[in-house]
Write a protein of this length. Structure first.
Lengths: 232, 178
């Protein structure tokens, strides 16, 4: 976590005033705009919010009107059918392993039967899971569009550290795919020279690196999780 | 409870509607209480609560990066929204201007692992402030008082209130981090 010592005292006080809620509207709005881009300031606001939250224990719960949840759901999901993408469903990722196994068995059978490889696959997945309660990352790579979708289900870098994603082809040294952004769900469009490295047998790995990524171009910290890409 | 809420929020972040419903059932009375306390009017607090849960749905994916406990995160979403609403309702024209420098004496603050066990600290630390100052911090947190309202309540110029409240916040920080 960002220490208050690393930032102007004025900013830490502003973060505290914001978390407390005392700022006038114009200052409040100005600070909210800064929070969109200033991660250090955001971390100080989170710190103050966390520290102050126990005061809320003094607030009596009040049951809201029964219809309110329905109103919220109507606003969030106007059309009844599932609008949330399969991509975002944890159920999907849980089911995937089983489905993959079936697919592999079928594909293997077909390949033997036809005595030739199956059609070129366009989609790959990898499920990266580190130590229990550590990093968990689901990856889906679409070779046709050279896009890599990442969904970080669990894990946050330590203070002053970043997660860095790597691709490893066979015995070659890891090649960086970049530092994972704070947003847990991201879509990366890969340039052709990197896209060429992703595919069956390539391994995705995440390492713990200094903020901004490895200074050497190779992993310098612990590898937290790694998994091969598997065609689907 | 805290772990259950964390898991629910993470599932909400992945678009799980059942988890959203469960989270609502477990937390809506508390968050409605928060909105009511700040907004003081039932129908407005109801509108605010709807928007709070819409924000929770959209922002749940970012919960983990804040490092906050689920209860703190939820309370902050509700309070921030209620305070935004009440500030918009009562726009303040007073420019409180540049503040006099306050000496920052905290030498090496925050080791801040904000572990759950440390969270009752705020009460101890507020107890070390002068009674009226602790009351002002609590009033601002619970009732959503702005500097303007605090100035009126304490019959002091707004800049004076801001200076002493900031001193209190510095003292709090020092206490919270030791």
């Amino acid at each position: 976590m960002t220490s208050a010592a690393d930032m102007p005292p004025e900013d830490d006080l502003l973060a505290a005033e914001y978390a407390l809620g005392v700022l006038p509207q114009a200052e409040r709005a100005a600070l909210q705009r800064r929070l969109e881009t200033d991660a250090d300031l955001a971390r100080r606001v989170w710190f103050w919010e966390e520290q102050m939250a126990p005061m809320a224990a003094a607030i009596e719960p009040v049951e809201p009107p029964a219809a309110l949840l329905t109103d919220v759901e109507r606003r969030l999901f106007p059309a009844a059918p599932e609008a949330a993408g399969w991509w975002e469903s944890l159920q999907f990722w849980r089911g995937l392993s089983a489905a993959l196994l079936c697919l592999l068995v079928i594909a293997g059978g077909l390949a033997v039967f036809l005595s030739r490889p199956g059609p070129p696959a366009g989609g790959y997945v990898a499920e990266l899971a580190g130590a229990p309660a550590g990093l968990q990352l689901a990856a889906y790579y679409d070779a046709r569009s050279a896009t890599l979708k990442l969904n970080r289900v669990a894990g946050v870098p330590a203070a002053g550290r970043d997660y860095q994603l790597w691709v490893i082809e066979g015995q070659n040294p890891p090649v960086s795919l970049g530092v994972l952004p704070a947003d847990p769900v991201v879509t990366l469009k890969l340039p052709p020279q990197l896209a060429a490295k992703l595919g069956a047998k390539a391994v995705l790995a995440v390492s713990d690196e200094p903020k901004g990524g490895s200074p050497t171009g190779l992993p310098t910290g612990a590898v937290l999780a790694a998994a091969p890409l598997t065609a689907i | 409870m805290s772990d259950d809420l964390s898991r629910l929020i993470q599932r909400v972040g992945l678009g799980d509607r059942q988890a959203f419903r469960d989270l609502y059932r477990l937390t809506s009375a508390k968050l409605f209480g928060v909105c009511l306390r700040v907004l003081r009017e039932k129908s407005e607090a109801e509108d605010a609560l709807q928007e709070v849960y819409i924000k929770i749905w959209h922002n749940a994916g970012r919960f983990a990066v804040t490092g906050q406990s689920p209860v703190s995160w939820l309370a902050a979403v509700a309070r921030n929204h209620a305070i935004d609403r009440i500030r918009a309702r009562k726009p303040q024209s007073v420019d409180i201007g540049l503040m006099p420098e306050i000496a920052d004496e905290a030498p090496d603050p925050e080791q801040a692992s904000v572990a759950a066990g440390e969270r009752q600290r705020i009460d101890n630390c507020l107890g070390k402030l002068k009674a009226d100052r602790a009351e002002a911090v609590r009033g601002a947190y619970l009732e959503g008082y702005s500097y303007q309202e605090l100035a009126e309540r304490y019959s002091m110029p707004i800049n004076t209130v801001r200076t002493w409240l900031r001193r209190s916040l510095l003292q709090l920080r020092e206490c919270l981090q030791t």
